[in-house]
Design a protein around this ligand. Structure first.
Ligand SMILES: CC/C=C\C/C=C\C/C=C\C/C=C\CCC(=O)SCCNC(=O)CCNC(=O)[C@H](O)C(C)(C)COP(=O)(O)OP(=O)(O)OC[C@H]1O[C@@H](n2cnc3c(N)ncnc32)[C@H](O)[C@@H]1OP(=O)(O)O
Ligand SMILES: Cc1cc2nc3c(=O)[nH]c(=O)nc-3n(C[C@H](O)[C@H](O)[C@H](O)COP(=O)(O)OP(=O)(O)OC[C@H]3O[C@@H](n4cnc5c(N)ncnc54)[C@H](O)[C@@H]3O)c2cc1C
Length: 667
């Protein structure tokens, strides 16, 4: 008989095997849905297998035992090995294959090319003119040069309008002079800036004839291409260890009146003529497109990170035996406890939801770039900016929460670096900060929501985009028993009510004499609540759309269970908004809870297979606790024995300090 869970192998832990046998769907088929195509799901498996046959691509030692210097060296070593094998391992023109290969081999702790691929090349694609493509893009794609994205400064990150680095145009030499006027103007944080990159896209305040034109992107050479020494006028270095990403060299950068030619302003959309005439872009924020790109990709990337932590926690929970249920002669798997299921299963649903939703925003971003580059059409920018601002904030926040719950669900062993969950957590929550601090970005979405409510109030509801059309829809009582659409309607009611209440509150402050900014600040918490609700509604709707589109019946049925869990969990979480004005009854509340508990039971037999379907290899997971074979205790013991501290029985520190203390005490 063909097994539905393709992870079953001889010699694996029996408890885990037992779980895999209960799968009601084919995990390869589920992987096709998760990764969007049969081809990519299959290629991922093939690539992982091919990588496992090249010993030099393996981590030379478990990463938690390496210090920072060793991590940076290890990442760079693997990159160079990968470079030799790239063409034999993947179709280099296929982004999905490349992304998987890098996740597999390089892991998540950072490496010299991380920002080159994620932001430097995309910034060139989005911002450089055809002539600049000719000069830089090919070199960047071939990796003759390595670049990063240098925008944030020591004193300013969120408020781009106050960046202090200046790029002053000098018509006599047709050059920009880049300058760092104060210590707070130092670029600070850019990934791969400190030691690896020899070029950067630098965002600086464009100044022409003493007038500031705001932040603009410039391509800047930082280091000599032969010696890799910083060029005269450039100060550059590493900012030190961080919560995570310690294989990466986030850096600082200062300019001392450093000159670059006029052609180095990325000028697809705006430019400076030889005489200093400024030609405006078609949209004021078009220079931010590299940021919108990363934000568009974040929901999927973060969903995978949550998937990593859950794979570890669910597998472990199926192996960990502790305590009793009915039969007092046998301890049970901790996965059988309702509290454990409630801790983990809604997070599985969210991981799936975020991945599906992310695929939609990636498509929207690709379409936007196509429109902008082919005919200068920027009409989709405002919508995508609002959507991705909310999405990156909501998703990173919930992913952080979900990973932390996964850690706690593993008890003491979750706290060990052997689980690797703390590393995943550190990486994931970086996303709450980078690409726009979460509160700041929620407030960006709130601007859009407030403007939309104002449109409805002024009788222009017909101008609302499809994503906010619900803000104008009349309220009707909802019968939740009729299926997903009724949950959407209830959520729409809640989200709409909050957007309206926050807007009314904001307008009231202004009517009472507050300036717009002060009124905004006095309403900010309510506004961020509106943004979160709107975003969660969008995630819910994309999840429903995706499940509806699945054709494989067993896969669709398992996904429907996950979706039902998601709908009930989400609604329960925000029910107080609808209970307070009686729109939701306490009977409906009880209905939601009962549905939720029965979803947990339905999902239980598929739990291991739902996470196996992510098809993360052991190499990619880098977790001793979450390995596919489930031999948790033997694996943990072997790992602990390999700790450098265990190389000798008596440590020099004991001989030097501890023993003399003990000897002295004896006297
Ligand atoms: C493929 C990758 C996948 C995953 C990643 C995996 C691993 C990653 C590993 C490492 C990290 C990677 C990258 C991190 C890199 C960085 O962090 S780069 C630095 C990022 N910095 C920020 O995000 C700064 C945040 N701040 C801002 O974006 C802006 O300052 C702001 C949007 C908060 C405000 O901008 P302002 O210019 O001041 O505008 P405003 O006055 O508030 O608003 C004026 C109107 O403009 C609209 N608007 C603003 N931005 C945009 C935009 N991008 N697009 C469209 N419209 C925009 C705004 O909505 C206002 O419109 P109104 O109609 O309301 O007036
Ligand atoms: C792992 C990592 C990688 C990064 N990589 C890069 C990179 O490659 N390139 C790059 O240029 N940068 C990078 N950054 C920097 C990052 O983009 C910024 O740190 C981020 O945009 C937040 O800005 P900030 O540090 O100025 O935070 P701040 O804005 O100083 O945030 C501090 C607090 O102030 C609040 N706050 C700020 N403004 C407002 C407001 N208007 N209203 C309400 N509250 C507000 C915030 O909500 C937050 O609570 C990276 C950062 C990290 C952590």
């Amino acid at each position: 008989m063909a097994f539905l869970n393709k992870e079953i192998r001889d010699g694996d832990n029996q408890d885990l095997t037992e779980e895999r046998r209960t799968a009601t769907f084919d995990t390869d088929k589920m992987a096709e849905v998760i990764y969007g195509s049969e081809k990519l799901a299959r290629r991922r498996r093939e690539i992982s297998h091919a990588v496992s046959r090249i010993p030099e691509l393996a981590d030379s030692r478990p990463l938690p035992f390496l210090d920072r210097f060793e991590k940076v060296t290890e990442g760079t070593r693997k990159l160079s090995v990968l470079d030799r094998h790239l063409a034999e391992l993947i179709d280099v023109n296929d982004n999905g294959e490349a992304l998987h290969l890098y996740h597999e081999v390089m892991g998540m702790e950072g490496h010299p090319l991380a920002l080159h691929e994620v932001m430097f090349v995309p910034a060139l694609i989005g911002q450089a003119s055809d002539e600049q493509y000719e000069k830089w893009l090919g070199r960047a794609k071939r990796r003759e040069i390595i670049g990063c994205y240098a925008q944030t400064e020591l004193g300013h990150g969120s408020n781009l309008r106050k960046l202090e680095t200046t790029a002053t145009y000098t018509p006599s030499t047709q050059e920009f002079i880049l300058h760092t006027p104060t210590i707070t103007a130092l670029k600070w944080w850019p990934g791969a800036l400190g030691k690896s990159s020899n070029y950067a896209v630098v965002v600086a305040d464009l100044i022409i004839k003493d007038k500031s034109y705001g932040p603009h992107p410039f391509i800047v050479q930082l280091r000599d291409e032969k010696t890799h020494q910083p060029l005269p006028g450039i100060t550059v270095g590493d900012i030190g260890p961080k919560m995570a990403f310690n294989g990466g060299d986030n850096g600082y950068l200062g300019f001392d009146n450093f000159r670059i030619p006029r052609e180095n302003l990325l000028n697809r959309h705006s430019r400076v003529e030889a005489d200093g005439t400024y030609v405006r872009p078609p949209h004021a924020k078009i220079g931010h497109s590299a940021m919108i790109r990363v934000r568009s990709h974040m929901a999927t990337g973060q969903g995978w990170l949550l998937g990593h932590a859950l794979t570890i926690a669910i597998r472990y929970s199926a192996v960990r035996i502790q305590g009793f249920l009915e039969d007092k002669s046998h301890e049970v798997k901790v996965l059988d406890y309702q509290t454990q299921q409630h801790r983990l299963f809604p997070a599985i649903a969210r991981a799936y939801a975020f991945i599906f939703c992310g695929f939609e925003t990636i498509r929207l971003y690709d379409q936007l770039i196509l429109d902008m580059n082919s005919n200068g059409n920027t009409s989709g920018m405002a919508d995508l900016h609002a959507l991705t601002s909310g999405l990156k904030s909501v998703v990173t926040h919930f992913v952080g929460q979900g990973i932390e719950q996964a850690r706690m669900a593993c008890g003491g062993h979750g706290y060990s670096m052997a689980s690797y969950i703390s590393e995943i957590y550190g990486v994931a929550i970086g996303g709450c900060t980078y690409e726009g601090e979460n509160m700041v970005m929620l407030l960006q979405l709130a601007r859009y929501l407030v403007k939309s409510v104002e449109l409805v109030k002024s009788g222009k509801a017909n101008q609302l985009g499809p994503m906010v059309a619900y803000l104008a829809v009349a309220d009707h009582k909802v019968n939740l028993a009729t299926g997903p659409d009724s949950y959407v309607k209830m959520f729409q009611y809640i989200s709409k009510r909050q957007s309206w209440k926050a807007t009314e509150k904001f307008l009231k402050f202004m009517e009472n004499g507050d300036s717009r900014d002060v009124a905004w600040n006095k309403t900010a918490v309510e506004l961020t609540r509106a943004s979160r609700l709107h975003t969660r509604l969008y995630i819910m709707e994309t999840f429903i759309r995706r499940v509806e589109s699945v054709t494989d019946i067993p896969v669709k049925s398992a996904l429907t269970d996950l979706l039902n869990l998601h709908l009930n969990y989400e609604l329960l979480d925000v029910a107080s908004y609808a209970l307070e004005d009686g729109f939701m009854s306490s009977n409906q509340m009880d209905f939601i809870k009962n549905q939720l508990y029965s979803s947990l039971e339905k999902i239980r037999p598929n739990a291991v297979s739902l996470v196996d379907s992510f098809q993360f290899s052991d190499m990619q997971l880098r977790s001793v606790l979450g390995r596919r074979d489930g031999h948790v205790y033997q694996n943990l013991f072997d790992w602990a024995k390999s700790s450098p501290l265990n190389k000798t029985d008596v440590l020099p520190s004991v001989t030097q300090y501890l023993k003399p203390m003990m000897e002295k005490a004896k006297l």
